[in-house]
Ligand binder design. Structure first.
Ligand code: 6R9
Length: 633
């Protein structure tokens, strides 16, 4: 599956278009299957149905663990770097990780978890998080990891949506100089979760926690009760492997479902080719396992490759803004994969944090999560890569399972701010508003994909129709990404950002509707409208226009603070608006639709050219909003 030159890239690309099934079957054969598949691919985009390798039987952990235990038992699988640099880092070889996963898989079994059950995981970035994920996969339970920054309410919503029977958590998390309670938050969530019968609690920060008799058990005590012998469950390629919730333009987050066979093939294929992993390399992905990037490029992609994955518990600015560079130096990191937000925030500290840090081990730099601006690209290239490391700007989504458009490190010629070319096996197409293909180069449009790849979303948990309408209905016969895109004269792709009501704040996806619903829960709020605006560090900031029952003139700051607290409680701190403007009315059309285009322009500070406002019910609200706009001049 490994492509090593640009000629090979082009040959592989052509092969993948001419004979997609043959192309993917060859790659899939490199894995360990218990029984061969009956068909390579069955698909129908009109119905949002895709099956890869149906009838094939496997267990992803036999490929990620057992195979490596046979081939390289003492090779490091996971290196864990703790939040506190004075504490020792920990290395798990493939043999140790295999044993740990099997033992914990037996703990899950002894607590009643069976194949097909949903397991919620809410944990800090400790090795046990990866162990919990893999233990679920070992016994065929479906993991649903919830990012540690989400609120009790968000955890409860996710648990209830997929009826999880068990939660795995820890007493607390260490992030920078803060200790964050986790079990406490889970306890709050579980008040509203009747399906949860058990909670397994890892001891990590030694924060005091309440342990409910009959429901809550300690990780460490349970581990002593079981053996480390746990044969892997036989799974069909199309059995669900995990659910990961992500925001869309409407309603609550949806549970994106990925399956065992296709996801395995795609995570490993993309990891190997994009990063050009070589045995001995240390791969450091700075994402949290609570996001898709962590699933695919901290856990599954690297382990399926027999690679060494470095997992970091803390934050880039603790104990100081040189922490990433300390880690690169200390562990001789070869591949660094991070987000533009982190680069921009570290750029703000200047070059001093880089002094005395040896970054010469670095070979490949990756970027993910949001468009990377020119300035950040050059800083990353010059000051971190010293002009010697290819930058792979990887475009993909929770729904795509793995990278779709990206340079292959050292093989594809890069261009600042461009994700460049599709991986072999990926067929992008640009369409206009009416779904008509925009052909040729030097054009832009909405980005769609016209043929399935093995990592494509299979369904949204419990609501297949939602999957169909969200991704396959806008342009019949195509998968619609929600992103706008430019294809330049060289045929290179540059993703320009979402064209729907999804915000991307510091690389985190947040739906405007979700934030509005949370704001509207605050007492005295009548209505609100949320839009994104350009933010120097976060990429996008959240701007909220809020109508309150009474005139907030005297207590603006207090109400603002309370609204922020409400949003934190309902969703989590990542969804807190950066700006809240109190308004008397919102610009609505006669049919009652909010004209967000106008609100976006005002939030961007571009009030001179608001376009046609004649269809508004009451055009005067626009002047009112303009006069109170919270924009720096
Ligand atoms: C992997 C991940 C997906 C959305 C996606 C797009 C944006 C991701 C990008 C990028 C420009 C890149 N996005 N990578 N935009 N260049 N290299 O981030 O998944 O959290 O689901 O977000 O992020 O807008 O549609 P997810």
């Amino acid at each position: 599956m490994r492509i090593r030159t640009f000629d090979e890239y082009q040959a592989a690309y052509n092969h993948s278009v001419e004979d997609p099934e043959g192309f993917w079957a060859e790659i899939a054969q490199e894995f360990q299957w218990r029984k061969p598949w009956k068909k390579v691919l069955q698909w129908n985009f009109e119905k949002a149905e895709t099956k890869w390798f149906p009838g094939g039987k496997l267990n992803i952990t036999e490929n990620a663990l057992d195979r490596n235990v046979r081939e390289r038992p003492n090779y490091p699988a996971i290196i864990w770097e703790p939040n506190d640099p004075n504490e020792p880092s920990v290395t798990f070889t493939y043999k140790m990780l295999h044993e740990y996963v099997c033992r914990f898989a037996n703990v899950l079994k002894s607590n009643g978890v069976q194949k097909g059950d949903r397991v919620c995981i809410y944990m800090p970035m400790v090795p046990e998080l990866a162990v919990a994920v893999l233990a679920c996969a070992r016994i065929g339970a479906i993991h649903s990891v919830v990012f540690g920054g989400f609120s009790a309410q968000s955890i409860a919503d996710r648990i209830n949506d997929s009826a999880c029977s068990i939660v795995i958590t820890s007493d607390g998390a260490s992030r920078g100089n803060k200790q964050i309670p986790m079990k406490d938050t889970v306890d709050d969530a579980l008040i509203g979760c009747p399906t949860v019968k058990k909670v397994i609690v890892l001891t990590h920060t030694r924060t005091a926690v309440s342990m409910l008799k009959g429901r809550d058990v300690w990780w460490e005590a349970e581990m002593k009760q079981v053996t480390s012998d746990c044969p892997a469950e036989e799974m069909d390629a199309e059995d669900p492997l995990f659910i990961l919730y992500t925001s869309g333009s409407t309603g609550k987050p949806k549970g994106v479902v990925h399956t065992c066979g296709g996801y395995m093939v795609f995570a490993a294929y993309t990891f190997q080719n994009v990063f050009q992993y070589e045995p001995g390399d240390i791969h450091f992905c700075t994402a949290d396992i609570g996001w898709i990037t962590g699933h695919s490029y901290i856990v599954y992609g690297p382990l399926l490759t027999g690679a060494t994955s470095l997992m970091f518990e803390g934050v880039p600015t603790y104990p100081d803004a040189g922490r990433f560079w300390d880690i690169v130096d200390k562990h001789k990191v070869n591949i660094l994969y991070t987000a533009p937000t982190a680069i921009r925030s570290l750029m703000g500290f200047g070059l001093q944090p880089l002094e005395g840090k040896d970054l010469s081990s670095l070979r490949v730099l990756g970027s993910v999560g949001e468009p990377i601006n020119e300035e950040a690209w050059h800083w990353y290239n010059e000051h971190i890569g010293k002009g010697n490391c290819p930058i792979v700007d990887t475009w993909w989504q929770t729904e795509t399972g793995g990278i779709l458009i990206s340079p292959l490190a050292g093989i594809t010629k890069t261009k600042p701010t461009y994700a460049t070319l599709p991986l072999p096996g990926v067929q992008p197409i640009l369409v206009d508003e009416n779904g008509k293909e925009i052909e040729g180069n030097g054009v832009s449009g909405n980005l769609c994909i016209k043929f399935p790849w093995p990592g494509i979303i299979r369904t949204t948990w419990g609501d297949h129709e939602r999957c169909r309408t969200n991704y396959f209905a806008a342009y019949p016969g195509l998968y619609f990404t929600g992103d706008g895109c430019l294809r330049d004269e060289d045929g290179y792709y540059r993703i320009t950002g979402r064209v729907d009501d999804v915000l991307n704040v510091s690389g985190h996806r947040i739906g405007t509707a979700e934030v509005e619903n949370a704001i509207n829960m605050h007492t005295g709020v009548v209505e609100s409208a949320v839009v994104g605006y350009p933010h120097d560090i976060k990429g996008q900031g959240i701007y909220a226009y809020v109508i309150t029952e009474s005139d907030p003139d005297h207590e603006v700051d207090l109400i603002r603070r309370d609204i922020l607290a409400t949003v934190s409680r309902i969703i989590g701190p990542i969804a807190k608006p950066d700006k809240i403007q109190f308004v008397k009315g919102l610009p609505k059309t006669r049919s009652g639709k909010i004209m967000r285009r106008i609100l976006r322009k005002i939030a961007e500070g571009d009030v001179s050219n608001l376009g046609d406002t004649s269809t508004l019910l009451d055009p005067s609200v626009v002047d009112d909003i303009k006069s109170g706009a919270l924009v720096e001049v």
